[in-house]
Design a protein around this ligand. Structure first.
Ligand code: ZN
Ligand code: FE
Length: 753
């Protein structure tokens, strides 16, 4: 006897080929009924024998499409209606419900097969995709995700593609970016003068990469500059043309063969490299290669990614060499997305342009991630990850503006919390424009009217001013949130903690509640408020912002504070001594010398003291060089002295000890390793004292300093590690600030009721 059932499935089940899959297995088991997308998931009505329905449910659970992730399958009895076929019905989305936008997805195995099959109509076609893969976020203009609302709109499908698009049994059923060499996007080659060339794109690629030239290449989320990573001439030239002194370039490699030879790869790192998000993964270099000094000078890690779009696979099909693939931007502007801008602005960097005619609607940089202790730590959430979504219980619309540096912003809408893609540094006017545009677009996408806007406590942040201006004509509550409180709240939320916790926010810079600059903070906190229970001793930062670029300034200030400067001066050249005297004057007259308790600055000062970095050409350079140096003495067990005086962590003895070790000619790598061990000791000493006071509550770690992998590894390897419940934020740098601001905002509205 035939019976009826309703099956409701939720999780990641939309835009991933789930309905065609259901259609296929319903036919396989001769079931009748219908399937459609609802606002919460996928709804299925089926009729058939009990046995067939059972088989159907087993297959549904075990063979679901690769990109889907089933959270729940709820099966209920349903009256028998006597359906006479099985159909994919119109989606039912209720008013007020929001859907989420899928990130761009790496090309799938089936599409790769099509591309490399000579008999296939998509043979060597660089824009091949299906419901299981292809661009999403980067081409979406508005929701619902439907072809007319994407940048595929100008491409009218040929009869063959249309047939695939309309056939529920086809892998390309409702694949919005569907296309083929006849009807889809195409590649074009332009020279530096902006003239189109008659050469095929692959001949241009082969010729230029072999000739050690630099190629501007339009990808999924923006333009890249590419060159042969093994060519000293090309990599050096790229550095010169970009005026980029030391900041490492990312590489793309065909497969793991080259990487296995030159980098250390753990199982977790390999999985991350091969994951469907295909981020740039930071790997430790185990063996020098000839162009290393141009790709990652003085730092022993490199960023590597595997191909993610069909075009990338084809690049390696034509020329198999690791390539540099770096975001194409000019003078710290956002990555270039438009063809016209590229041809105008990138001609000083690129010898040739390989460009396509599908618009990039939403700029999306490559994501940057590293792996430690079974956790992926996101340095830059971009293509493949963004927009990042979480489920939340509350139903309040909130906009969180994020931080000014490494900005992302966040929205809560319905039961979702969404973090934007990496926007960049808002100090740059073009980045600020793109920030405002992206916020407006997201408010429109998700139909959000914010009730509350949260922003950083810093009164001079561009994001703060933007928020103040935005609410001026509307009835919206504004709430400023302390930077490190937001850092800790992000980690707290990600790990779904409750009750009170201890937060270690070891960071570069953040505006403190007392008007000084914070960054070496230990909090007793929850999502409602925080108490600053320990902090690094505050020291003047001579020259403010300038001191961040020039670590010598803060080193002088710290040694001056600790009355160790005379000792240091004796080791310095005349040149440095005269600089030191200038900084002493700045401190003595208190000219632009805000106080800071920053942990990041202590790393910079030690890096400078060890002669590793006296001037930073990019953010984090001094700390990264210190880490690379320390790795050479990884097994070093000792640490350096420090004092905790009431609630202040004082490093006088640490600097004194380093100066003494230097007099004894102890090598820098040992001192650097002992310094990192000391920070771990600081963490456990504080924890011990606080657990005694507050009981055994969770420890949350966030802030830019926790991008230091050696510090994390040493922390996890420490004998006291197992005594504590340790939770590290997966977004430790300022890209995580928006998440913290959003969850504190949600809590605030909940408490207010
Ligand atoms: Zn595919
Ligand atoms: Fe920060």
């Amino acid at each position: 006897m035939d019976i009826g059932k309703n099956v409701f499935v939720d999780g990641i089940v939309q835009g991933v080929g789930f309905r065609p899959f259901i259609w296929k297995i319903a036919h396989q088991y001769s079931l009748k009924g219908k399937v459609y997308n609802s606002s919460k998931g996928v709804d299925i009505f089926i009729e058939g024998t009990e046995y067939d329905i059972e088989q159907f449910l087993n297959t549904l659970k075990n063979d679901a499409p690769p990109l889907s992730k089933i959270n729940n399958v709820i099966v209920q009895d349903e009256p028998y209606m006597g359906y006479n076929n099985f159909i994919i019905a119109e989606s039912k989305v209720e008013e007020g419900d929001t859907s989420i936008i899928s990130p761009d997805v790496t090309v799938c195995e089936d599409c790769l097969e099509d591309i490399f099959d000579e008999s296939n109509s998509r043979y060597l076609y660089p824009f091949t995709n299906c419901t299981n893969c292809g661009p999403r976020f980067s081409i979406i203009k508005d929701l619902p995700y439907d072809r007319p609302l994407t940048s595929m709109e100008p491409f009218k499908m040929c009869p063959h593609c249309q047939k695939e698009y309309d056939n529920p049994a086809d892998r390309r059923f409702h694949a919005q970016p569907n296309g083929c060499p006849i009807c889809g996007p195409q590649l074009f080659v332009y020279n530096r003068d902006g003239a189109e060339m008659s050469i095929s794109w692959h001949d241009a690629w082969i010729e230029n990469i072999t000739d050690e030239k630099i190629i501007a290449l339009k990808g999924i989320g923006g333009f890249h500059l590419a060159c042969d990573a093994l060519s000293g001439k090309a990599t050096k030239e790229l550095r010169v043309r970009k005026g980029r002194e030391k900041k490492p370039f990312a590489l793309m490699v065909k497969d793991l063969q080259w990487v296995n030879q030159y980098c250390e790869i753990s199982e977790g790192e390999r999985e991350l490299l091969e994951s469907k998000e295909r981020p740039i993964v930071l790997l430790r270099v185990k063996k020098e290669f000839p162009t290393k000094e141009y790709i990652s000078p003085d730092i022993d890690t490199i960023g590597v990614m595997l191909p993610y779009s069909p075009l990338h696979y084809l690049l390696f099909h034509y020329v198999n060499t690791p390539i540099v693939l770096t975001s194409a931007n000019y003078s710290n502007k956002p990555m270039v997305c438009e063809n016209k801008t590229a041809l105008e602005k990138l001609r000083m960097y690129a010898d040739i342009f390989i460009i396509h005619n599908r618009d990039i609607v939403n700029r999306c940089d490559d994501s940057v991630v590293f792996h430690v202790n079974n956790q992926n730590i996101v340095i830059r959430p971009g293509r493949g990850f963004a927009p990042v979504n979480w489920s939340v219980e509350s139903k309040n619309d909130i906009l969180a503006c994020g931080s000014d540096l490494k900005n992302t912003f966040a929205l809560t809408h319905g039961d979702k919390l969404t973090i934007s893609q990496y926007i960049g540094d808002l100090e740059d006017p073009d980045t600020e424009i793109s920030y405002e545009k992206s916020i407006q677009q997201s408010l429109d996408f998700y139909k959000v009217t914010p009730k509350l806007i949260t922003h950083d406590l810093h009164p001079d942040f561009h994001s703060t001013r933007w928020a103040e201006q935005y609410i001026s004509n509307e009835d919206i509550e504004l709430k400023a949130i302390q930077h490190h409180f937001a850092h800790c709240a992000a980690g707290y939320f990600e790990h779904q903690l409750s009750g009170k916790a201890l937060g270690f926010a070891f960071d570069g810079t953040g505006y403190g509640s007392d008007g000084t600059i914070w960054g070496g903070e230990v909090f007793h906190f929850d999502l409602v408020n925080f108490e600053r229970v320990f902090h690094f001793k505050s020291i003047p930062l001579p020259g403010g912002e300038k001191a961040i670029r020039e670590p010598l300034r803060f080193l002088v200030a710290a040694l001056h504070e600790y009355k160790l400067l005379d000792q240091y001066k004796k080791k310095c050249t005349k040149d440095i001594r005269s600089k030191i005297e200038v900084y002493e004057q700045i401190i003595a007259f208190d000219m632009n010398t805000p106080l800071t308790s920053s942990c990041g600055r202590i790393f910079d000062a030690v890096s400078c003291l060890l002669n590793l970095c006296s001037r930073q050409t990019f953010d984090g350079e001094a700390a990264m060089k210190l880490e690379s140096c320390a790795y050479k003495s990884y097994e070093e067990k000792s640490s350096l002295p420090f004092i905790i005086d009431k609630n202040e962590i004082n490093f006088r003895d640490l600097f004194d000890a380093i100066l003494t070790l230097q007099n004894e000619n102890v090598v820098s790598s040992i001192i650097a390793a002992r310094f990192i061990n000391t920070i771990v000791e600081v963490i456990y000493t504080c924890s011990e004292k606080l657990i005694e006071r507050f009981g055994k509550i969770p420890l949350v770690f966030s802030g830019g300093v926790f991008q230091n992998r050696m510090l994390l590894e040493k922390m996890y390897a420490h004998k006291k590690y197992k005594n504590y419940k340790i939770y590290l934020s997966s977004f430790p740098n300022d890209t995580g600030i928006a998440l913290g601001q959003a969850v504190i905002g949600l809590k605030h509205l909940n408490v207010k009721g």
